[in-house]
Design a protein around this ligand. Structure first.
Ligand SMILES: Cc1cc2nc3c(=O)[nH]c(=O)nc-3n(C[C@H](O)[C@H](O)[C@H](O)COP(=O)(O)OP(=O)(O)OC[C@H]3O[C@@H](n4cnc5c(N)ncnc54)[C@H](O)[C@@H]3O)c2cc1C
Length: 479
């Protein structure tokens, strides 16, 4: 019986939304064939969570559209019947953005997964939004081109999710975030209307930028179905080095000085020793870590001229030396480079598997990093939590993994919020903000007032109201 298998809506209540009953389901089948509608608990389980801690919210229905026309008809229907719709990419989000907190429909973009064109004349790619980021990178590389926005989750996350979260990754430090690569978007609005937000041009000064508005809008204003993205020529060479330091502060101070010496690395990542040790244990791999070293920088340079790269590397060695680097390992082979990058990319999952944790995505102006990392440790002592920090130090973006450790369940449930609040207050006091690339989603929304005034939040709500007057798209997020 379909009636028995339909799920009851999720915890936060209904806000007057319609429950999907058999009659509504039958009508939805007129838009999307039954074979691409999932509602049995075992089928929708994987859509009830993303990579955010252990949160779970079950949708009532998961739809797998295969065309923009289906999405258009579906959104128009959902606006008419007041059914919440949560867009879902690959579900790798770390802020609970893709969780259907009011039940309703999860709209998965997984079947819109094609590269439509690599335009070698204009250095542009046109893709559907459900393409895995790595697949786009591979398609560009086949033509000698680079799509440089490579989140550590690039092997699974989708371009649409990257756009909706304003994502970054290790190469932001040289190449910019996804904001610098999106030229034009095809978007389905809650009304069902379909728009292109800009032009396939490198500049566009024709009124407010809807393209930029949709980047980072976390599925609350429209569903991104296609994107035109900028590509760049792929650099011919790269170098990767790992430096070890006796303290977090010395490593973080070195970061700013690399840039002040006129060098822009293509990646500059920070890792604490404990993080690397957890990766070694989790993946059963080994890295020779210098005894007494507490913090490590992974520094990549890229370019077309090896002599210039060598000169830049030597300038970096001097900076590292001046900040008491204990040693600097230069990766000689492709395999060594891959092993070091893997270590960095596997840090999140290793932490997650090791302990109850909570990840914060703080970002400060680069020169303030030493103060941020010392502040995290001071707060840890005050509130009783441990922490493992790593991240895109070149951007001032530190992923702070708060570890439960010896904290009691009661303190973890209540006192921790105060600690996180204080952490964000510190971040903002240092000129930073509460998320650099993961988005606000569900879990950070309570902290938004630390950074933004009520006027700012009212403007965000006003924009939402304009695009989505019936509040059907991803309700319960950001504010
Ligand atoms: C191990 C690991 C490493 C990570 N490393 C990085 C990193 O280096 N840099 C980084 O920035 N992030 C990183 N992340 C976070 C995450 O991968 C990114 O936020 C990613 O962009 C999410 O993409 P997704 O396809 O999984 O989106 P989802 O998690 O499915 O969704 C994210 C948000 O986008 C919305 N959305 C998805 N698709 C669409 C669409 N087509 N139209 C409108 N809205 C949509 C959803 O509603 C949701 O609000 C990492 C995550 C993990 C687990």
């Amino acid at each position: 019986m379909i009636e028995d298998e339909l799920i009851s809506p999720a915890e936060e209540g209904h806000l007057g939304y319609s429950k999907i009953d058999v009659d509504l389901l039958n009508e939805i089948q007129e838009i999307i064939p039954a074979g691409r509608l999932l509602y049995k608990r075992e089928d929708i389980e994987r859509y009830s969570h993303d990579e955010t801690e252990d949160l779970r919210f079950y949708p009532e229905l998961v739809v797998l559209p295969e065309s923009v026309e289906e999405i258009s008809r579906l959104l128009s229907f959902c606006t008419q019947y007041h059914i919440p719709v949560t867009a879902r990419g690959a579900g790798t989000g770390l802020a609970g953005g893709a969780l259907p907190v009011f039940g309703g429909i999860v709209l998965s973009l997984e079947r819109l997964d094609r590269v439509l064109e690599i335009d070698e004349r204009n250095l542009q790619a046109t893709v559907e939004s459900g393409i895995i980021t790595q697949k786009l990178m591979d398609a560009a590389a086949e033509k000698g081109l680079l799509y440089p926005i490579d989140p550590a989750s690039k092997g699974s996350c989708f371009i649409g999710g990257n756009i909706a979260n304003g994502s970054g990754g290790p190469r932001v430090v040289k190449y910019g975030t996804i904001r610098d690569y999106v030229l034009n978007l095809e978007v389905v609005l809650p009304s069902g209307e379909v728009i292109w937000t800009g032009a396939n041009t490198l500049k566009n000064s024709s009124g407010y930028s809807l393209t930029q508005l949709f980047i980072g809008s976390e599925g609350m204003l429209g569903i991104v179905t296609k994107a035109v993205l900028k590509l760049v020529p792929k650099p011919k060479h790269d170098m990767l080095m790992m430096a070890s330091f006796p303290s977090n502060e010395l490593a973080c101070e070195a970061v700013g000085h690399v840039f002040r010496n006129g060098i822009v690395p293509s990646a500059l990542e920070f890792m604490e020793r404990t993080g690397i040790e957890w990766v070694m244990r989790y993946d059963d791999v080994h890295f020779d870590l210098k005894e007494g070293a507490q913090a490590f920088l992974l520094i990549e340079l890229d370019g077309n001229n090896t002599e210039i790269l060598m000169e830049e590397a030597e300038a970096i060695f001097k900076v590292l030396d001046a900040h008491q680097a204990m040693d600097v390992l230069l990766a000689d082979t492709v395999a060594q480079k891959e092993a070091l990058w893997n270590m960095r990319r596997r840090m999140g999952v290793s932490v997650k598997s090791n302990s109850v944790y909570k990840e914060e995505d703080t970002v400060v102006p680069r020169a303030e990093l030493p103060k941020l990392i010392s502040g995290v440790k001071v707060l840890g002592k005050k509130y009783g939590f441990g922490s493992i920090c790593y991240g895109h130090a070149g951007d001032g973006n530190l992923h702070i993994n708060i570890i439960k450790g010896a904290m009691s369940d009661a303190d973890w449930a209540t006192k921790l919020k105060e600690g996180i609040k204080e952490l964000f207050e510190l971040t903002v006091a240092l000129g930073g903000t509460i998320s650099g690339e993961h988005g606000i989603g569900l879990v950070q929304r309570q902290y938004m007032p630390i950074k933004y005034s009520h006027i700012h939040l009212a403007l965000l709500k006003g924009i939402k109201q304009l695009f989505d007057p019936k509040n059907i798209l991803n309700p319960g997020k950001i504010y």
